[in-house]
Design a protein around this ligand. Structure first.
Ligand SMILES: *Cc1c(COP(=O)(O)O)cnc(C)c1O
Length: 451
């Protein structure tokens, strides 16, 4: 079967728009659709969509003419439509719903900078996007033009990064960094590049998907001055992969920017193993490496987009082994409350003994791996990398347990809960009471009853 050809589409109402306007990203931005009247011209609206669009205080709606053209106007369940056109379900609260489900605000040392992990930060540089995803994890700030970041806040972000040398990776996000005025974006990149300990810069953007015409030669010429620069785009469904997107990713990769994709697992949109397999195949065809598949966050307005976690596991089962390793993303749950991303996958390790591991593959073939009977453990005292290691205090985690830095990790309040006053008990009064008994050895003074 030959792979599908990527196509371009234009809704009938745009048929007479001259190409130079259609292909101008500024025209796309200034002609976005956001009202019942706008949408009526391109889609057959459902009652649920009308109701949502007429609701006060709804998370911002805006869709580029390019992106709206990818929707089948007569299909109320069109997978692109469901992502960007609001429905009445969006207004319904659900169990577990939170405004800031990832506790990003709590992790912000200065406004707009989320420092969750030891060596990297998320830098929110704008609240504006080219179009707005209804399941936005940052809907508490995104879309609000009055909440966008000020020059003073930007200076505070830069100052924090300068004085925080453990940060080697800065991830620009928002909002969408590629909606910034080109001059401002360049200033930001050049200011970050002046900081010697920042090794890589990443941009998280859906602009190539919502508005591929933004990826001009001018943009890629500018971006490639700030290498090493990486980029993640956001595609959820094969219908988003068009001729225009393929041209944009071609330009970006020719400029030396490695491209990744972050998808969100969405009910009724991409919760299908076979659809996901086609999606990742089409992504690698346009030289985009699937990076993450996210479980949908517990955020306001996103309740009706959620699937059970088992759907994600099933999708991973249908990818690993069945297709190229390069095409397989990591499925993650971004921990509610701010624990960061937690990877999940099916179990491939079936059993084990002291020198044997029993494993299964994607076909259900079960094998054993014989572990060496003699293994000379790696010696950290003679290893230059171990000696140079830098682990931030308090963030050594489970690795810290393995390396013997800590013996346990305790939940908050653990000591208080388990301190039931034994310190004052007479049996505790003499510490020697609790020293080893020396079983099998003749009773010594230490182990005999002090009384
Ligand atoms: C996702 C995320 C990052 C980057 O994580 P990677 O796994 O390195 O891609 C950094 N900071 C925050 C707060 C994030 O949510």
């Amino acid at each position: 079967m030959t792979p599908r050809a990527f196509v371009s589409k234009r809704a009938p109402i745009y048929a007479d728009v001259p190409d130079e306007k259609w292909n101008d990203w500024r025209w796309q931005l200034s002609h976005r659709l956001n009202s019942v009247e706008d949408f009526e011209q391109v889609l057959n609206l459902t009652d649920s969509e009308r109701q949502a669009l007429s609701t006060q205080g709804l998370f911002r709606v805006d869709i580029t003419p390019y992106f709206v053209s990818l929707i089948d106007p007569d299909d109320p369940n069109d997978p692109i439509r469901l992502q960007v056109v609001p429905r009445a379900e969006e207004i319904k609260p659900f169990t577990g719903m939170m405004e800031d489900s990832l506790a990003e605000d709590r992790h912000s040392p200065v406004p707009g900078l989320v420092h969750r992990y030891p060596d990297r930060v998320l830098m929110l540089v704008t609240t504006q996007c080219a179009s707005y995803c209804r399941y936005c994890t940052r809907s508490r700030i995104v879309g609000d033009p009055s909440a966008t970041f000020s020059r003073a806040e930007f200076e505070m972000q830069i100052e924090y990064l300068k004085r925080t040398p453990q940060v080697r990776d800065v991830l620009l996000s928002g909002g969408d960094p590629l909606t910034l005025a080109p001059k401002l974006l360049e200033e930001l990149l050049s200011r970050l590049r002046e900081i010697p300990h920042i090794e890589i810069i990443r941009i998280g953007t859906r602009v190539p998907v919502f508005m591929p015409m933004r990826v001009t030669d001018e943009l890629t010429d500018m971006l490639q001055k700030y290498h090493p620069l990486w980029m993640n785009i956001h595609v959820n469904h094969p219908n988003e992969i068009t001729k225009e997107l393929a041209e944009a990713t071609d330009k970006l990769t020719r400029a030396g920017i490695p491209l990744g994709n972050q998808s969100v697992l969405l009910a009724g949109i991409n919760d299908c193993v076979h659809l996901q397999r086609q999606l990742v195949h089409e992504l690698v065809r346009i030289r985009v490496r699937p990076y993450y598949l996210y479980q949908c966050d517990l955020v306001e307005g996103a309740g009706h987009f959620r699937t059970p976690v088992s759907k994600g596991i099933e999708i991973m089962e249908g990818l690993r082994g069945h297709t190229s390793g390069y095409a397989i993303p990591t499925y993650v749950v971004d921990a509610p409350g701010g624990g960061g991303k937690i990877p999940l996958m099916p179990n491939y390790r079936i059993s084990e003994s002291d020198h044997k591991v029993v494993l299964r593959n994607y076909e259900g073939y079960i094998t054993t791996y014989e572990e060496p009977l003699t293994y000379k453990p790696h010696d950290p005292s003679t290893c230059e990398f171990c000696k140079a290691k830098r682990i931030e205090p308090g963030q050594s985690g489970v690795l810290g347990l393995l390396e013997g830095e800590d013996m346990f990790i305790k939940p908050e309040g653990f000591d208080e809960l388990h301190n039931r006053g034994g310190g004052a008990h007479r049996l505790r009064a003499d510490a020697s009471k609790w020293s080893p008994l020396g079983i099998g050895a003749p009773a010594s003074e230490e182990t005999s009853d002090p009384e």
